[in-house]
Design a protein around this ligand. Structure first.
Ligand code: 5AD
Ligand code: SF4
Length: 449
């Protein structure tokens, strides 16, 4: 008798790098349980959304998706909500979207196999009947969350490794400490073991992940500092690039810059979210540093013996942000000359301290400030990138364009380059590329042989 065709699942991921990596763990677990991943909702028996709740817009997206595909429930398809919205909203999701069968936060992914068994045991509901409901909303936030047995790495060129989960900073606007729980660092020996496994699988670039990656505090007797961990990862045979994100300015210490100076394998790129250029707003945001203290961190990097690419996150329209305070942020962009930035309109989030401050800036005004900020940054980037024409960089080739002989990839400082090469196969290799042109968001070049 032929075996049953494998059960199929579709998974869509929203949000940050941590979610992308969590999805790799979910895919690995489901495949191990006999499921097959498919590309469309229509082909799938089980439809999963790994959700983000950092801003309201991100949260609404998942409810729109669930509404769009609700009718498919009649075909026996099941729906699951994973990640931060699951953790934040919990069983309320069943009220809002009654066709959902599974709600599971990121701390519970190791229990997915047993939840899948329960899910399968629950019969497909008759139209109108309540479907089976399964929740995994573990808030014990134990260290076990790091150790998922199976990970299906979906990025063939960059291996992600979570080294610290959760966050203890409690910035006034941020939901992360509530959705991902308290800060927990992973044992350095477990991290290094995973790096060695990745290298054996052929990965030469790894990215260490954490909401505040540089707040890493090794729980083992070795007590490795974050900078020591970076150096140890770089020493693993086969590793050629070590990235890390996201860094918090208050924990960004000189030894991290020294490690970058000492070890070329540690990438010359630091993502250092500033959020605002006004000390008054930073205080209201509970960001634990002033504008001046932040600029000292930037100066430390600018003094390094090799150039370091610096990127950031900015929020506009935080409650009470005045026009002059917003202008301080614009001034900071001019001063720092970031290589790129992510910018957001303030969005009030459940549970956060800033929820009790009146969201005083109108949506229209937030949009105006965002547009000005983005225009300012676009000009900075265009001018900075134009100065790179004629230079040569090493690129890890990670994409092939539909246009013939066109490839793309990233420099160590995380600049994207599209380039021409006559070579037939370059994916996953390191090549030298000479920059021939530049736009605000990427560079154009040619393979230098
Ligand atoms: N509103 C707008 N932006 C936010 N971010 C985090 N919380 C909010 C919020 N409530 C932004 C910050 C953070 C990035 C990941 O998302 O800039 O660094
Ligand atoms: Fe959120 Fe602040 Fe923690 Fe970053 S440091 S995850 S912005 S609370």
């Amino acid at each position: 008798m032929p075996a049953d065709p494998p059960k199929t699942f579709y998974l869509e991921t929203f949000g940050c790098q941590m979610n992308v990596h969590d999805s790799e763990k979910v895919v690995g677990t489901l495949v191990q349980e006999g499921y097959r991943q498919v590309e469309t909702v229509e082909q799938a028996d089980l439809i999963l959304y790994n959700t983000c709740s950092i801003r309201d817009k991100a949260e609404q997206k998942v409810f729109h998706r669930l509404a769009d595909f609700k009718k498919l429930q009649a075909q026996g398809k099941k729906f699951g909500v994973l990640g931060c919205v699951a953790q934040q909203e919990g069983e309320k999701i069943f009220e809002r979207a009654p066709h959902v069968s599974l709600v599971c936060g990121s701390a519970s992914y190791r229990n997915l196999p047993s939840m899948l068994v329960q899910l399968e045991a629950g019969k497909s509901p008759a139209a109108g009947a309540t479907p089976v409901r399964i929740t995994g909303l573990d808030d014990r936030q134990t260290d076990e969350c790091f150790e998922t047995e199976f990970t299906a790495r979906t990025n063939p060129h960059r291996g992600y490794i979570t080294i610290i989960e959760g966050c203890d900073k409690f910035c006034a606007y941020c939901v992360v400490p509530f959705t991902r729980g308290p800060e927990r660092s992973r044992a350095s020996d477990a991290i290094l073991r995973e790096v060695r496994q990745l290298a054996e699988l052929g990965y030469s670039e790894v990215q260490l992940l954490g909401q505040t990656v540089n707040s890493y505090a090794d729980p083992t007797a070795r007590r490795m500092r974050f900078s020591e961990l970076l150096l140890a990862v770089a020493e693993v045979r086969g590793i050629r690039r070590v990235r890390f994100t996201t860094s918090h300015p208050s924990d960004f210490t000189p030894d991290i810059v020294e490690a970058i100076e000492r070890e070329p394998k540690i990438c010359d790129h630091v993502h250092l979210p500033v959020q605002s250029g006004s000390t008054r707003v930073l205080r209201a945001m509970q960001r634990t540093y002033s504008r001046e203290e932040y600029l000292e961190k930037i100066a430390m990097m600018r003094e390094a013996n090799r150039p370091i690419g610096i990127t950031t996150d900015v929020i506009v329209g935080f409650p009470g942000e005045t026009e002059p305070e917003f202008e301080e942020t614009l001034g900071l962009l001019e001063e720092v000359q970031y290589d790129s930035l992510f910018s957001f309109k303030y969005s009030p989030r459940p549970n956060t301290p800033s929820l009790s401050m009146s969201d005083s800036i109108s949506e229209e005004e937030k949009s105006r400030r965002l547009a000005i900020l983005q225009d300012t940054q676009r000009e900075i980037q265009a001018a900075k990138n134009a100065r790179l024409v004629g230079e040569q960089f090493e690129v890890l080739v990670s994409g092939k364009s539909r246009r013939e002989n066109q490839w793309n990839g990233y420099t160590t400082s995380h600049r994207m380059i599209n380039f021409a090469s006559q070579e037939r196969e370059l994916l996953g290799t390191y090549v030298q590329v000479r920059v021939t042109g530049a736009g605000p968001n990427s560079l154009v070049g040619e393979h230098a042989v």
